[in-house]
Ligand binder design. Structure first.
Ligand code: FUC
Length: 787
């Protein structure tokens, strides 16, 4: 097949880097299996931030399930309840008078979104490779190389072997599948299918094209029906030998020994409009994408992919002191652990690196949307929780590893998306609350729905924007990128703070409080009626988020030389916020009153925001620190931590408490109780936040920089007796490498990328010094400088 050679600069750039620089296969960074995946939760993920695939490795009919990140049902709708402003004051008064049930009733009518729900992120479909006849395998191996981003399947029979590789390339913006046979022929049919709203055609002897348009049935809860998003997928077959022929909707491959498939997909989603756009032709986009790779050999495309992938992935290395355990398949190792086997630190290394792999795979250019509840990997038309963007913990957790694990570019789709959400969020702030700035609640979709969703008990979280904005401030703290701060973070942070300033009301006791609101998804017993209720005012989490946002805004404003008036306004308001208090049972109070909890083992631990990811509960606040520990203990005593993400948060809490043993215990439990055979986190069902939260938690056990400088090995557990790490990042753009033995630091290497003062802490030792940009600083176990 001869196609015109079109040189894309990024592509060629990647091809210029010597292959030996990065991306060598590393058996310590492989997940591998001895049998094909029966179920989706055993299949292996590849992703380039936009296109995802789950590879089953089956030898009768191989299933490669495909995703395109923007393929969503639904459409853009302003769902702000038009009654909100009329009734807001009454709802607030009722809450301040303790009449929560009446407030709830009125809110159901006046605040709940119209419509209250979103629609789902959807699968693109399946590429089926129907082997004719089915392959035989005396020997079989399926593996995913985390540092290469290559999934490989190999089936050996008496007559020979067949192997295929799958990867999702960011530079080429496509998924490649490459088959090679030895001693036998490749004989299979190719089929591209989707359960609804699409049709596939074989255009000629090389191209399969699927086109479709999502037809949404009318649904009073989710919005009007109609023909909505358009999409297309295209498969180009490039044989080296043998024949490829079209047969109706399929391609038939016969007598080949080597063949490549290039696959891409597109939708007419337009992020500028937060809506699909009929002017975009998804089929044409697919054609153009494939054209750009025309003329490059499979090896060239693969090399460019590996180099690109490794250039991000290889930044962090972690060794927890165990030799290669390559001889045991990954699912067996997980099962051994789940059946009470000995600890397996190397499995934890894999789990850590998989978290980084998944973040790269679901949130980077060419993608433009953030990682959703399943990253980008979803086989459903109606996904659990719509596989949406949940902003009352889950989306934020997805990005906890981004900076510390040295993948700052994964934040760009997140900030890019929220730049656009700011506009509907501004409309929501104004239409619902009569406030300036922007806000959103606990959920959104790519169409930027920002009204109150799902139900008053589930969705009354007007702090969504404030919390999300803090992610962008953290990006600045780690990267010190002023342009990013000015152009991306600041408008979002300032807008969120403007909303808060208008949203806060006097509570009659001289305090400024949020109302209405809730402590995410948790209920208390209403003192008067004994009924279970969530709607309230000034839950602890709100206040902690606001304090954190206010502080960040003042610091950012100063860095950017913004007028001081805004910060002064903020400081006046901050002085009137209620204090975080300790309750009767010595735990932190979750609400403004010391209410009785309905579900003391609840999965959310929102009032610990100040401990993590916030930075308010530290060694400087010993009483709160003690109460935070008791809060976790109480939750756990009542069965808390039962969802994957909740357990992952606990790992982070204990890391912040400096308790490496407990952090490790919960990391182990996460693997034992909430991890699927392909090492995906399970809520249940599969939800990716736990993967990301745990990866961040492991980093947090090794390195913290949120309080008084760069803290080395703050929570290193006994099970990680000896090890090393390199490439982790600390606030101030310090790159940190460490080696430890018998849990004690041997050597630390800090590269200062921006210069600036360094405060280093390890146990009771500390070192303080100015640094120069680009210089390396090496320290011994007592923080004496060696080099
Ligand atoms: C939050 C959690 C649930 C689930 C959902 C997607 O609402 O309370 O457990 O993770 O998000």
């Amino acid at each position: 097949m001869i196609l015109k050679k079109v040189f894309t600069p990024i592509f060629m750039l990647s091809l210029c880097v010597p292959v030996s620089a990065t991306g060598a296969e590393d058996s310590n960074l492989k997940m591998w299996y001895q049998k094909p995946a029966d179920q989706w939760i055993e299949a292996l993920p590849v992703g380039n931030g936009r296109l995802g695939a789950m590879v089953f490795g089956r030898i009768d009919t191989e299933r490669i399930q495909l995703n395109e990140e923007s393929l969503w049902a639904g459409k853009r709708i302003n769902n702000n309840n038009p009654l909100a402003r009329t009734h807001l004051q009454t709802i607030r008064n009722l809450l301040l008078q303790g009449r929560n049930l009446e407030a709830r009733e009125l809110s159901e009518k006046a605040l709940l979104g119209t419509p209250p729900r979103i629609r789902s992120y959807q699968t693109l479909g399946d590429l089926n490779v129907i082997f004719r006849p089915a392959l035989q395998a005396m020997d079989y191996r399926r593996e995913l190389g985390l540092n290469t981003g290559l999934c490989r399947v190999r089936a050996e029979s008496e007559g020979g072997s067949i192997q295929w590789e799958v990867f999702s390339s960011a530079p080429a913006n496509l998924i490649a599948v490459h088959f090679e046979a030895q001693g036998v022929d490749l004989d299979f049919d190719l089929e591209l299918e989707r359960p609804r709203d699409a049709r596939t055609m074989a255009l000629d002897d090389r191209n399969l094209v699927m086109t479709g348009r999502i037809l949404d049935p009318p649904d009073t809860l989710r919005g009007p029906g109609g023909a909505h998003m358009r999409f297309a997928a295209r498969v180009l077959a490039i044989p080296v030998d043998g024949t490829v022929r079209r047969d109706g909707e399929r391609l038939e491959v016969r007598d080949a020994t080597e063949l490549t498939l290039l696959i891409t997909a597109a939708t007419d989603y337009d992020i500028e409009r937060l809506e699909f756009n009929g002017d975009i032709d998804p089929e044409k986009r697919c054609r153009e994408i494939l054209q750009r790779s025309a003329g490059f050999s499979y090896e060239e495309i693969k090399t460019a992919h590996i180099i690109d992938h490794a250039s991000l992935f290889d930044r962090v290395r972690l060794d927890l002191g165990t030799a290669s355990v390559d001889s045991i398949p990954t699912d067996t190792r997980l099962k051994q652990l789940q059946q009470g086997g000995a600890g397996d630190p190397h499995l934890q290394v894999l789990y850590f690196q998989l978290g980084r792999y998944l973040l790269m795979g679901s949130s980077r250019a060419p993608g433009i949307l953030p990682a959703n509840l399943q990253g980008i990997w979803n086989e459903h038309l109606e996904a659990p929780w719509n596989s949406d963007f949940h902003t009352n913990i889950n989306l934020q957790m997805n990005y906890w590893p981004a900076q510390v694990c040295n993948l700052p570019e994964t934040v760009h789709p997140l900030s890019g998306f929220f730049q656009r959400i700011r506009e509907p969020g501004r409309v929501t702030a104004s239409q619902m609350y009569g406030a300036d700035g922007w806000t959103m609640h606990h959920v959104t979709d790519p169409f930027g729905r920002t009204g109150l969703m799902d139900g008053i008990q589930w969705g009354t979280f007007p702090m969504g924007a404030s919390w999300v904005s803090l992610l962008f401030w953290r990006q600045y703290e780690f990267t010190l990128d002023r342009d990013y701060l000015r152009e991306h973070a600041w408008p979002l942070m300032k807008g969120a703070a403007e909303f808060v300033l208008d949203f806060l009301i006097e509570d009659g006791q001289g305090r400024l409080v949020t109302a209405p609101s809730y402590s995410p998804e948790n209920s208390f017993r209403h003192p008067g009626s004994g009924e279970s209720v969530r709607l309230t005012y000034a839950p602890t989490m709100d206040i902690q988020i606001i304090r954190e946002l206010f502080k960040a805004c003042c610091e950012a404003g100063e860095i950017l030389g913004e007028p001081e008036t805004f910060c002064r306004r903020i400081q006046e308001a901050a002085a009137k916020l209620p204090a975080v208090r300790v309750g009767r049972d010595s735990t932190l109070m979750e609400w403004i009153e010391d209410y009785e909890e309905v579900e003391p083992g609840h999965r959310h631990m929102s009032h610990l925001f100040g401990l993590h990811p916030g930075t308010q509960i530290t060694a400087d606040t010993p009483d709160l620190l003690r109460a935070a520990r008791r809060t976790i203990e109480k939750r756990l005593a009542h069965g808390g931590g039962h969802t994957g993400w909740s357990r992952a948060w606990i790992v982070n809490f204990y890391a912040r408490l400096g308790d490496g043993e407990k952090a490790h215990q919960h990391l182990t439990q996460l693997l034992e109780k909430s991890t699927l055979p392909n090492l995906f986190d399970t809520h249940p069902p599969f939800q990716i936040d736990g993967n990301f939260g745990a990866t961040a938690g492991m980093a947090e056990m090794l390195l913290q920089s949120h309080h008084r400088g760069v803290h080395l090995l703050p929570a290193c557990p006994g099970a990680w007796k000896s090890g090393s790490v390199s490439g982790l990042m600390a606030r101030g753009r310090f790159e940190v490498g460490m080696e430890w033995r018998e849990r004690a630091l041997v050597r630390a290497t800090i590269v200062s990328h921006s210069g600036g003062p360094l405060i280093l802490r390890y146990r009771d030792y500390s070192a303080e010094m100015p640094t120069r940009a680009g210089e390396k600083y090496v320290f011994d176990s007592t923080l004496n400088r060696l080099e």
